[in-house]
Design a protein around this ligand. Structure first.
Ligand SMILES: Nc1nc2c(c(=O)[nH]1)N[C@H]1C(S)=C(S)[C@@H](COP(=O)(O)OP(=O)(O)OC[C@H]3O[C@@H](n4cnc5c(=O)[nH]c(N)nc54)[C@H](O)[C@@H]3O)O[C@H]1N2
Ligand SMILES: Nc1nc2c(c(=O)[nH]1)N[C@H]1C(S)=C(S)[C@@H](COP(=O)(O)OP(=O)(O)OC[C@H]3O[C@@H](n4cnc5c(=O)[nH]c(N)nc54)[C@H](O)[C@@H]3O)O[C@H]1N2
Ligand code: SF4
Ligand SMILES: [Mo]
Length: 694
């Protein structure tokens, strides 16, 4: 037998980044499993994680840098060396910077624990224009959180699902749209007798595990919540002590929700009034160990900001903040009395220019909205953006309306994709830089906030199989060529790690045994009698001063969502447990398990249209149409159809997924600038399409 080793690292088959143990023999990966030392994971991986082997040894991924050799999107490429590719990029970037300033360079990545690399790269080249995928995902949820607690985001609260007694999920398909640890935590909680209430427009795997399932009318969750709040306040079912101590604006909320009775909500949502009352009473009995999970998917309607806000308000009313079985504020190194990682940008001068959407008219809450970046690329206002890095991000596959997007992106002088796959954006870009896969590279060290904060490390397990480079090296080489080498002097990942760890007392070797370094022995809980929030008042603001300052109201009058016209349906979408967005459909294992997506359609509606199960149907929207197989089922609301996102690839080099299934984004025509007017998240679900038998 040759040389064998075990490497602790992080899965990269989706953005969850589960901790993994990789078994390597003679430079070949033989086995990947969940990190057995990681509580809650204990060795488990999902199907996508296990298919990491197939991904690694696939030939249908970029193998060397490529420069476009024809029109954008023509699929004609020239193989080049790294020097040629990097010189080409920096030659263009220098021209752009001279003419428009560093601010004309924008970058969007997937966000997460490693963004210090990309934000520092932008800082080094003088640009404030860092964006992430968040507008396409949970931005409204983050903004709602910020308006109440003063800190923005999903990562800022840990949902202590394991210890909860009642979990309420709104379209949070937690067992399929999964994070392995979270699935284990939910199943543990259910084993211990926790109740699960699931609200969705269709019955999926999560619904099948629920004690209570409401098939809600699409887009009406806000009505449900207003009625729940109405009952909770009227019957004084809330945690009076906690609310009195920590909240501002209760009286305003009380008078606002008086009109929203359960009987009223029944007409909106289709959920019987008595069921709503029962849920409010049930939940209250188990408080504070209850969780209303805001999820992400509800962040896709016009009123999603206020809906997400109402979900957080329900949590607060249950007094479940900073308590076991509730929402625990994520702690960073500082809370554990430790120094944080040193930022790669720590010694760089601050960027003077403001991010491009800070000065936009009609702007939404907060900045860094991707959709606004697109507006700036399109109009050149408030200033031109001429270069765009799509790094570990595929906007053409993940924002609505690929054709409209391409027109916007045509205003760029330079579009670069840094990816491990041929992405839709890569296919339309000027340069593709192949990053080494998660098994072939190390990343900068990241911080995982939580009840017990830790430093986390992705570590190279095998040498790159093709002519690729890790991101730290790509951005270092780019910065050096841009004349910012003094800020990116690194020659190896160890140089970066040592720099990051300076003063923390942690050493590189400390990651050897588990792949991460915990900064606290026990979970850190703040004193619930002395909670301080980052809002202007220091309290949880039902009436938000920040919102008021920006001209937004704190409570929004409910507006009935549009009903589809006859023969039309609301297009909804989501995930399957087998695929990750648009990136895994060509994986040889995963493709075999699920080669294409199907159209969920309600059986009565289907009957009316003469559609039978497994018939081919044509789905159409504003001049575009495509065909797919129907799944005729009673388990979806009649107003909606549903398809799994990520199919219908147009990249011929990915032979297994090419043109398989249908792309939801292609049907989302005209929605590129359709956003929640406050939170700024893309309102994908405000989309209606026609369906007929093909
Ligand atoms: N219509 C519709 N639109 C949607 C959604 C939907 O369900 N329907 N979902 C939305 C949601 S919630 C999200 S989060 C977004 C997701 O949108 P994206 O963030 O664009 O999707 P991902 O598939 O996570 O990954 C983006 C790219 O990263 C690449 N990648 C993966 N691993 C690596 C790596 O290690 N290095 C590098 N350099 N690249 C890597 C992948 O190959 C892929 O091309 O899409 C959103 N858009
Ligand atoms: N396997 C797998 N897991 C993943 C991912 C992946 O790509 N693959 N991606 C990760 C990412 S980035 C994200 S954001 C999460 C997403 O996680 P979720 O938000 O839990 O999941 P989605 O699958 O996007 O599904 C959303 C659900 O919302 C429902 N829905 C649509 N409209 C309404 C409505 O009006 N009301 C209610 N109550 N429900 C509605 C849909 O029917 C669907 O079941 O998953 C994460 N986990
Ligand atoms: S959820 Fe699955 S694919 Fe995503 S990181 Fe974890 S094991 Fe990998
Ligand atoms: Mo997401």
């Amino acid at each position: 037998m040759g040389e064998t080793k075990s490497v602790y690292s992080m899965c990269g088959m989706c953005a969850v980044r589960c901790s993994i143990k990789v078994e390597v023999e003679d430079g070949v990966v033989k086995w990947i499993e969940g990190n057995p030392h990681e509580p809650g994971l204990e060795g488990s991986l999902c199907a996508k994680g296990s298919a990491g082997l197939a991904f690694e040894y696939d030939t249908e991924r970029p193998q060397y840098p490529m420069i476009r050799d024809g029109e954008r999107g023509s699929g004609k490429w020239k193989k080049v060396t790294w020097d040629e590719a990097l010189d080409y990029i920096t030659g263009k970037l220098k021209g752009i910077t001279e003419k428009y300033g560093g601010k004309a360079i924008a970058l969007s990545d997937r966000s997460g624990p490693f963004t210090d690399l990309t934000t520092s790269f932008l800082k080094a080249v003088g640009s404030p224009n860092y964006f992430s995928h968040d507008d396409t995902c949970g931005k409204n949820v983050d903004m709602a959180c910020k308006s109440l607690f003063g800190f923005g985001g999903r990562g800022e609260f840990i949902y202590d699902l394991t210890n909860a007694k009642h979990i309420v999920l709104y379209g949070r398909n937690i067992l399929e749209s999964l994070q392995v640890k979270e699935v284990n935590n939910v199943l543990d909680a259910l084993d211990k007798g926790a109740k699960l209430t699931y609200i969705d427009i269709r019955a999926n795997v999560t619904a099948s595990k629920a004690d209570r399932f409401f098939m809600i009318r699409p887009g009406t969750d806000y009505a449900l919540n207003l009625a729940l709040i109405n009952v909770i306040l009227k019957e004084r079912l809330y945690d009076i002590d906690f609310v009195n101590k920590n909240v501002t604006g209760l009286a305003d909320l009380e008078s606002f929700v008086v009109q929203y009775t359960p009987e009223w909500a029944e007409k909106e949502t289709g959920i019987p009034a008595q069921e709503i009352i029962n849920l409010a009473r049930d939940i209250s009995n188990d408080k504070p160990k209850v969780i209303f999970h805001p999820g992400w998917m509800l962040a896709r309607y016009f009123d999603s900001f206020y809906l997400s806000r109402s979900i957080y308000i329900l949590n607060v009313l249950m007094g479940n903040i900073e308590t076991k079985g509730g929402l625990i504020i994520a702690k960073g190194p500082g809370d554990a009395g430790k120094k944080p990682l040193k930022s790669l940008g720590a010694n760089m001068p601050a960027v003077k220019d403001k991010i491009v959407d800070a000065a936009m008219p009609g702007r939404t809450f907060g900045t860094g909205h991707l959709v606004n970046l697109y507006k700036a690329i399109k109009t050149g206002e408030p200033y031109p953006i001429k270069a765009f890095f799509a790094y570990r991000f595929d906007p053409i596959a993940s924002l609505p309306d690929p054709e409209a997007q391409k027109k916007v992106l045509d205003n760029l002088d330079l579009l670069i994709s840094i990816d491990v796959n041929y992405s839709q954006t890569g296919w339309y870009s000027d340069v593709i830089l192949p990053e080494s896969t998660y098994l072939e590279r190390s990343n900068i060290i990241g911080t995982a906030k939580g009840p017990k904060p830790s430093f986390i490390m992705r570590r190279q397990a095998i040498p790159p199989r093709y002519d690729s480079k890790p991101a730290w090296e790509i951005f270092t080489l780019l910065a050096q060529r841009m004349g910012a080498g003094e800020y990116f002097p690194y020659k190896s990942i160890e140089d970066i790690w040592n720099y990051q760890l300076e003063g923390t007392g942690v050493k590189i070797e400390d990651f050897n045994t588990k792949g991460s370094v915990s900064l606290a022995k026990d979970p850190i809980l703040k004193d619930r009698n002395d909670l301080k929030f980052n809002t202007p008042s220091g309290k949880i603001e039902f009436i938000s001063q920040e919102l008021a300052k920006e001209g937004f109201e704190s409570f929004k009058t409910y507006a009935t969502p549009k009903r589809p016209e006859k023969g039309a349906f609301r297009l909804t979408f989501g995930r399957s447990a087998i695929h990750a967005h648009a990136q895994s459909q060509n994986n040889i294992y995963l493709n075999e398990l699920m080669p294409e997506n199907v159209l969920w359609i309600n059986e009565d509606e289907a009957k009316g249209l003469g559609i039978k199960d497994r018939d081919m149907v044509e789905v159409s929207s504003n001049g575009y149409s495509g065909k797919m197989k129907a799944k005729v089922t009673p388990f979806i609301h009649p107003e909606a159809i549903f398809m799994v996102h990520g199919f219908g690839s147009e990249i011929p080099l990915k032979t297994r997924s090419y043109k398989k299934g249908l792309s939801d984004t292609k049907l989302e025509i005209g929605l590129l600038e359709t956003v929640d007017p406050v939170g700024g998240g893309v309102a994908y679900l405000e989309c209606f399409v026609g369906v007929k038998k093909a």
